[in-house]
Design a protein around this ligand. Structure first.
Ligand SMILES: Cc1ncc(C[n+]2csc(CCOP(=O)(O)OP(=O)(O)O)c2C)c(N)n1
Length: 278
């Protein structure tokens, strides 16, 4: 497959994942869903699952698989949608989102046989676990990588920085973290709540940092991910992907009200019509 074909294919997967995310959020009914945080991360997760990671839906527990951790676990819709599009989860399972006894609750639980690697939701924890997984791979002389998606608001958590220091100390160059920099968190803009120069801080902690100006552009994400994979810096890697919260749905984009909310029939139909244009 040449690069252009693969970019096109990943874009198609991303479009399907966006549709799946809206479907799941709609079946959740009055429980609502974290639409905004999931939609900003669609291209990041699609690029990982369909362009970068070594994994096999036919053999989900394959020892040498690259590991994926959705540290901002509330954005699970994009994660579940990738697993549906990759073939780990059936569409029937997809439509159980947030239902009783579903394996797809509002924050991911651990079902490795369905590609659900780590239970996350308490911000900071997933990233620390990802650091531990990368460390374990080093100890066991295993060559897989660990990929971890975290939120920009999540970087306010102290645990992130404890784990970040540990990753540098242990030279975890098999760890690639991607910050979904959508510039919003739960209760406001990240600049208003904790105005951090993330690139400077992560670099100061000893990480190799790349900024992707358009983190909803698959080609730019692939360039950054491949550069990190091939880098011989010996440092853990961080990509800051500047994204749009609620990306792709007109009334959700940059709208804090859609951090988490139920979607009604009229809004669902509007979202579907928006997606024809994406
Ligand atoms: C330890 C912890 N504290 C608080 C929360 C509640 N919470 C859920 S989402 C969220 C905001 C996260 O913002 P960000 O990381 O920027 O992700 P985004 O939703 O913008 O994608 C918060 C504070 C949590 N899940 N875990």
């Amino acid at each position: 497959m040449n690069t252009r074909t693969s970019i096109e294919k990943i874009r198609e997967k991303a479009a399907a994942m966006r549709r799946d995310s809206i479907e799941m959020g709609y079946v959740a009914g009055s429980h609502g869903a974290h639409f905004g945080p999931a939609l900003s991360s669609i291209e990041i997760v699609a690029s990982l699952y369909f362009g970068v990671m070594n994994h096999n839906p036919q053999d989900p527990c394959m020892r040498e698989r690259d590991r994926f951790v959705m540290s901002k676990g509330h954005a699970c819709l994009s994660y579940y949608a990738a697993l549906v599009e990759a073939g780990y989860l059936s569409r029937e399972q997809m439509y159980t989102f947030k239902g009783d006894n579903s394996i797809l609750p509002g924050h991911p639980s651990c079902h490795v046989e369905f590609g659900l690697e780590v239970a996350t939701g308490s911000l900071g924890n997933g990233f620390a676990i990802a650091c531990g997984m990368a460390m374990a791979a080093k100890i066991k002389n295993e060559t897989h990588n660990v990929y971890c998606v975290l939120g920009d608001g999540e970087c306010d958590e102290g645990l992130i920085w404890e784990a970040a220091m540990n990753a540098v100390k242990n030279k975890l160059d098999n760890l690639i973290a991607i910050v979904d920099r959508n510039s919003f968190q739960l209760a406001g803009k990240t600049t208003e709540i904790m105005d951090l120069d993330l690139a400077k801080i992560w670099q100061a902690f000893g990480w190799e940092v790349v900024i992707v100006e358009d983190g909803n552009d698959v080609a730019s994400l692939l360039d950054a991910l491949q550069a990190m994979q091939q880098s011989g810096s010996g440092k853990p890697h961080l990509i800051i992907a500047q994204t749009v919260k609620g990306k792709g749905i007109s009334f959700m984009e940059n709208n804090l009200g859609w951090h988490a909310a139920p979607i009604n029939r009229e809004q669902y139909e509007q979202a579907q019509s928006d997606l024809e244009l994406v």
